[in-house]
Design a protein around this ligand. Structure first.
Ligand code: SF4
Length: 215
């Protein structure tokens, strides 16, 4: 049992849009990197979102029957202590761990003990900042061509992002809004909301009024 808590923008148990298989995705709240053109600027503030206990998230993921976790941001390594506790607890339950970070692997290896502990409990690291001037055109899950898939264990060794199409996970909520996970640009999100006459669309816990068919 761990008493660690995370500050998150959102958690989604049971998505196929954030990596291989059926996953629990956690959007960490807070990012000190703040890449130009990031599609999740609502996750920049370290004072936003909500707090959740690591044990709670692990229990929910196990109950959902997922294959593993995807930690995404926001920036997981800006909460490396709690992120490491989550990743270790996940692996102890037999779950895989994929971490997206805007930092580069080489700098994380030479950072502090918390960062190294999170790395030690990561199966697949996707690293590097989003560079708007270098868009990715082939590989799924990443936005710019500098970002790397670094296998720290063999767990996802057969995963080939260049052979897998991006997927999105769209949920229509009772209030008529749509909630989206997966790699979708702002223009695409707006087009989807308009096409479905959604009252609102949301991404990673952030809701924005886009279209309202009833007004
Ligand atoms: S590191 Fe990730 S969350 Fe942070 S600004 Fe860059 S793309 Fe956005």
């Amino acid at each position: 049992m761990t008493i660690a808590t995370l500050r998150i923008g959102r958690v989604l148990h049971g998505t196929t849009a954030e990596g291989p298989g059926f996953r629990s995705a956690i959007w960490f709240q807070g990012c000190r990197i703040q890449c130009r053109g990031c599609i999740n600027p609502h996750l920049f503030s370290e004072r936003g979102g909500t707090t959740v206990a690591v044990d709670t998230v692990i229990s929910e993921a196990v109950d959902a029957g997922v294959e593993g976790f995807t930690l995404i941001g926001g920036e997981p390594f800006d909460q490396a202590l709690a992120g490491g506790a989550l990743a270790r607890a996940a692996q102890a339950r037999g779950l895989g761990v994929i971490v997206f970070t805007g930092y580069e692997y080489e700098s994380l290896k030479n950072r502090d003990a918390d960062a190294r502990a999170l790395l030690a409990a990561t199966d697949l690291l996707v690293d590097g900042p989003y560079l708007a001037e270098s868009p990715e055109t082939v590989r799924s899950l990443v936005g710019s061509s500098n970002q790397r898939f670094i296998h720290l264990t063999e767990r996802y060794a057969t995963y080939r992002p260049e052979l897998v199409a991006n997927r999105i996970d769209v949920r229509i909520l009772a209030d008529g809004s749509i909630d989206v996970a997966g790699f979708l640009g702002n223009q695409q999100l707006q087009a989807l909301a308009t096409a479905t006459n959604a009252r609102r669309s949301s991404r990673a816990g952030h809701a924005a009024a886009i279209a309202d068919a009833t007004s």
